[in-house]
Design a protein around this ligand. Structure first.
Ligand SMILES: *[C@@H]1O[C@H](CO)[C@@H](O)[C@H](O)[C@H]1NC(C)=O
Ligand SMILES: *[C@@H]1O[C@H](CO)[C@@H](O)[C@H](O)[C@H]1NC(C)=O
Ligand SMILES: *[C@@H]1O[C@H](CO)[C@@H](O)[C@H](O)[C@H]1NC(C)=O
Ligand SMILES: *[C@@H]1O[C@H](CO)[C@@H](O)[C@H](O)[C@H]1NC(C)=O
Ligand SMILES: *[C@@H]1O[C@H](CO)[C@@H](O)[C@H](O)[C@H]1NC(C)=O
Ligand SMILES: *[C@@H]1O[C@H](CO)[C@@H](O)[C@H](O)[C@H]1NC(C)=O
Ligand SMILES: *[C@@H]1O[C@H](CO)[C@@H](O)[C@H](O)[C@H]1NC(C)=O
Ligand SMILES: *[C@@H]1O[C@H](CO)[C@@H](O)[C@H](O)[C@H]1NC(C)=O
Ligand SMILES: *[C@@H]1O[C@H](CO)[C@@H](O)[C@H](O)[C@H]1NC(C)=O
Ligand SMILES: *[C@@H]1O[C@H](CO)[C@@H](O)[C@H](O)[C@H]1NC(C)=O
Ligand SMILES: *[C@@H]1O[C@H](CO)[C@@H](O)[C@H](O)[C@H]1NC(C)=O
Length: 781
């Protein structure tokens, strides 16, 4: 046996390597129908004997309704009964049903990004609010919830949202399939949809996805059934938009025509990784493919990304759906291969796209088959994938476990309390000079709450929202702690002139403390709207400066935004004592902000994305996809993994009212791997890290840095995290197990996953603690 040690990377194909594509899905059962099959109002499920007899049908003749048979037999029976024309009517988001065989209409499109939403097919009323269900709990936008770094919170919110969804479904106000969450990585700080996502780190995004999806989908006690194709579902979730989609509308470059030029290395390492985690760790029932092209091929027509990767390699148990009208976009906007409608439909079906959000499948599917462009068997396959999901949801047989959920379970006090908790857990303390915070309500009797978001309501729930149970605006939240005086200082966040600044200054002059609530909203960053700069809009900076200069008491700046804002002026301002970032904090946002300012809650949130200086955006166009710097063009790297310049606040940044002291417990420092001739990888566990803080909740971030000899490697990469609560004067031991194949994986330029030999580094936080870790290979002849 020869013992060799490699200095360069030992090229082993270790973990998975793959890439794939998918886009958006939206689903919902359509409870109210103009067909004779007004399903949910009279019957809560399809296979009800009296429903069939009312239709003049004998249910016993329909094997698809025989619950003693396995799903594959029932699904086959159902599909075999349909004509080709009938089949194609079921593979658009509004599945028309087949009255002749007792199959009702179903609307697949609903949304539940941070609460049940009424965005979607409002015309056909997939999910909606009215006097019967006036509202549902509206949690913070995902970017803030992500900042909690608390996986339990992420899953718990999913559970509450699905409980409310089921309760709404029971009264005909929601479907069973929801096209959430949005798990695209925030590659560029200008991206307008950052608010919907868990931020810039693929691993955090993937863990968020797996937890939120499990919260939405899992039926307690059945998570680990052996046949995952028949695993019961509470509601069906969807991870979107697959993949490399993160340009919405930047200087006229729009998502519908954008061709993302992406290297395999970035696909595996960044763009596809969260989707892989969502499918493998979350067992999500759906993935949505995106509008854009990837290296020339529309995502929804790429068989390698859809069928081969999502279904093949990752073993999806569910369906793949298009972002809305993607097939039409393929023909009309991308002009892909000069396709006519039937060509585009055929290519999408063959690529593995099961459901068209739109009407192209339904309008052109039958012709595509008769013209010989696609086989009817491909349509049957799509239907099979869809009906398995409906079977698992209890659409045919009911769901005794959830059928008794009622309106009382929507906007319950417990759910509202969780919305408060989520806002508190996410809020990030960015600055706290002289320990000004928390304020003492014994001393601070009057509070000036000023700025364009001082009375924020709709702005706090962002997009993909529903109607909230209620709002607690910042001025309402602070009223619990003192007498509030209020002035907006601006008209709206655009803040076009300085005419309204003086009333805000006057309020600050007369108050014991001043809270300025400023930032962005959907008029600045949104779907179809990327930013062009990273500054506060209009006269907001002027407003903040004037108030800070004249304020009698301490000044606390609260920023509502998703993307980072270059607030260097406020960071350095001697009279701004404290800065908080509150994302878009949901219906109870004002409650959470005031609790943090007055110390009812000790902040523990961390930034889920880098806050860049404004000049960053002048250094590279949004359309440049590589994460690594492009030296020849002078483009800097993207995200904390590849950007080495200075920032306003780095990824993972966040203060507490507590000082934590870390120390390292027993830790393995090296790994010797013996390789047999055909043995390419070994699973390993290592490391224990422990710390002794004093009190509060602390987010522990564990980073890995590959051996420094590797060219173009990431500076560092988050490989584990945990949120812990530690009592005053106590300590907690926190254990992290890392799998070297997953956590120490280096993806080379060709997309191969490698475990490099040599000296790696594992660090806690921003070098609070770090230690080298060596990997040594021993190869036998
Ligand atoms: C569905 O049924 C409900 C209750 O029977 C009725 O109020 C509603 O109008 C029906 N919807 C349609 C579109 O027929
Ligand atoms: C299912 O498996 C996971 C991971 O193996 C485990 O954590 C969980 O407790 C199991 N759930 C049930 C209900 O057995
Ligand atoms: C609904 O019924 C199930 C059993 O059928 C029971 O486990 C559950 O607690 C009930 N839920 C409510 C809210 O009553
Ligand atoms: C705050 O906003 C709400 C909703 O827009 C409005 O009803 C209320 O009057 C506002 N409060 C103040 C003090 O202006
Ligand atoms: C200031 O802006 C507001 C709102 O945009 C507008 O109504 C007002 O006329 C402007 N005032 C001046 C002096 O420009
Ligand atoms: C800070 O506040 C003091 C006292 O109110 C004032 O004199 C000073 O000009 C302020 N500094 C700035 C930079 O606004
Ligand atoms: C912090 O305290 C120092 C010393 O008392 C003082 O000079 C400074 O202005 C204070 N800064 C703020 C932001 O309150
Ligand atoms: C960042 O990386 C570039 C390119 O490697 C290098 O020229 C520059 O010196 C680095 N800057 C810092 C602050 O390390
Ligand atoms: C932090 O912990 C280390 C090691 O346990 C100890 O030496 C040091 O004194 C502690 N620092 C504080 C501020 O408690
Ligand atoms: C790794 O950790 C898991 C869970 O703690 C354990 O089941 C497994 O045996 C460990 N594997 C090795 C190689 O130590
Ligand atoms: C994480 O979230 C859960 C659910 O809201 C909460 O009970 C727990 O206290 C949180 N953990 C920490 C450390 O904040």
């Amino acid at each position: 046996m020869a013992k060799l040690s490699f200095i360069s990377i030992l090229a082993l194909a270790l973990c998975c390597l793959s890439s794939a594509k998918a886009r958006e899905i939206h689903t919902t059962e359509s409870p109210i129908d103009d067909s004779p099959f007004n399903l949910t109002t009279s019957y809560s499920y399809v296979c009800h004997p009296s429903r069939f007899s009312e239709l003049g049908l004998d249910i016993k003749k329909y094997a698809y309704c025989d619950s003693s048979l396995p799903y594959h037999i029932r699904v086959k029976d159902l599909i075999d009964r349909m004509t080709l024309e009938e089949k194609v009517q079921q593979i658009g988001d509004t599945a028309k049903g087949v009255p002749r065989i007792g199959l009702p209409k179903y609307e697949w499109w609903s949304e539940a990004l941070h609460g049940v939403s009424n965005v979607g097919q409002q015309g056909s009323k997939a999910s909606f609010f009215d006097d019967v269900v006036p509202g549902a709990t509206s949690f913070p936008m995902v970017i803030l919830t992500a900042a909690s770094f608390n996986e339990t919170l992420w899953k718990t919110i999913g559970q509450v949202v699905s409980t409310e969804a089921r309760a709404m479904h029971n009264v005909g106000h929601a479907g069973l399939s929801f096209w959430s969450p949005n798990i695209n990585v925030v590659r560029d700080p200008r991206w307008g949809r950052a608010l919907e996502t868990p931020g810039e780190d693929p691993f955090v995004v993937g863990r968020y996805a797996a937890n939120y999806v499990r919260g939405l989908q899992d039926v307690e006690g059945t998570e680990n059934v052996t046949d995952l194709n028949s695993r019961p579902l509470k509601v069906a979730a969807c991870c979107k938009h697959y993949a490399a989609y993160d340009v919405d509308n930047w200087l006229g470059v729009v998502r519908e025509t954008f061709d993302a030029r992406v290297r395999e290395q970035d696909m595996i390492e960044t763009f596809v990784k969260p989707f892989e985690m969502c499918v493998k760790e979350g067992d999500v029932t759906s993935v949505m493919c995106s509008y854009n092209r990837i290296n020339g091929i529309p995502a929804c027509a790429d068989r390698r990304l859809l069928k081969d990767t999502i279904r093949g390699e990752w073993d999806l148990h569910g369906y793949i759906v298009s972002d809305c009208d993607s097939i039409e976009v393929m023909r009309d906007r991308h002009k892909w291969l000069n396709d006519d409608a039937e060509d585009a439909v055929s290519q999408a079906l063959k690529a593995g796209l099961d459901l068209d959000c739109g009407s192209f499948y339904s309008d052109y599917g039958a012709n595509a088959v008769t013209q010989g462009k696609v086989r009817e068997a491909d349509i049957d396959e799509a239907l099979r994938n869809l009906y398995f999901v409906l079977m698992r949801l209890g659409f045919f047989d009911g769901s005794p476990k959830f059928d008794n959920l009622s309106k009382d379970h929507i906007c319950s006090q417990d759910h509202i309390n969780l919305a408060i908790e989520a806002a508190r857990e996410g809020i990030v303390l960015l600055k706290n000079e002289n320990q000004t915070l928390p304020l003492d309500s014994q001393k601070i009797k009057t509070i000036a709450v000023v700025g364009p978001h001082a009375n924020a309501t709709d702005a706090m729930i962002g997009n993909y929202a529903g109607v909230p149970c209620r709002f607690t605006a910042p001025i309402d939240g602070f009223q619990q702690y003192g007498k509030v005086t209020y002035a907006t200082g601006c008209q709206g966040v655009v803040c076009k002139n300085d005419t309204m600044i003086y009333p805000a200054v006057r309020a600050a002059l007369n108050a014991d403390a001043t809270v300025i609530v400023a930032g962005l909203d959907l008029s600045i960053e949104a779907e179809s709207l990327d930013r062009e700069d990273l500054l506060l809009p209009g006269y907001q900076t002027e407003l903040i400066n004037q108030v800070a200069t004249r304020s009698r008491g301490p000044v606390i700046l609260v920023i509502m935004s998703a993307g980072g804002v270059d607030i260097t002026f406020a960071k350095n301002h001697p009279n701004i004592s404290a800065i908080l970032w509150a994302g878009y904090p949901g219906e109870e946002g004002g409650h959470g902000i005031a609790d943090v300012v007055f110390g009812a809650y000790n902040p523990g949130g961390r930034l889920p994305l880098t806050w860049h200086k404004n000049e960053y955006v002048d250094m590279l166009p949004m359309t440049s996809m590589p994460l690594r710097p492009i030296y020849s063009l002078g483009y800097p790297g993207r995200t904390y993994k590849f950007f080495n310049g200075s920032t306003v606040y780095p990824f993972g940044y966040g203060l507490s009212y507590t000082t934590f002291n870390y120390s390292l417990a027993a830790t393995k420092r090296s790994l010797d791997i013996k390789l047999n001739k055909y043995q390419h990888c070994r699973q390993i566990n290592y490391t224990d890290a422990a710390f002794q803080p004093s009190y509060g909740s602390e987010t522990i971030l564990i980073y890995w840095s590959p051996p420094s000899e590797i060219r173009d490697a990431q500076i560092k990469e988050l490989v584990a995290f945990n949120k812990v609560f530690v009592q005053a004067g106590h300590s907690a031991k926190v254990k992290f197990n890392l799998n070297a194949c997953k956590s120490l994986r280096y993806v080379d330029y060709k997309g191969y996953s490698l475990l490099a030999s040599g000296r790696h580094t594992i660090a806690v936080g921003d070098n609070i603690l770090s230690f080298p870790f060596s990997i040594n290979y021993e190869v036998s002849e």
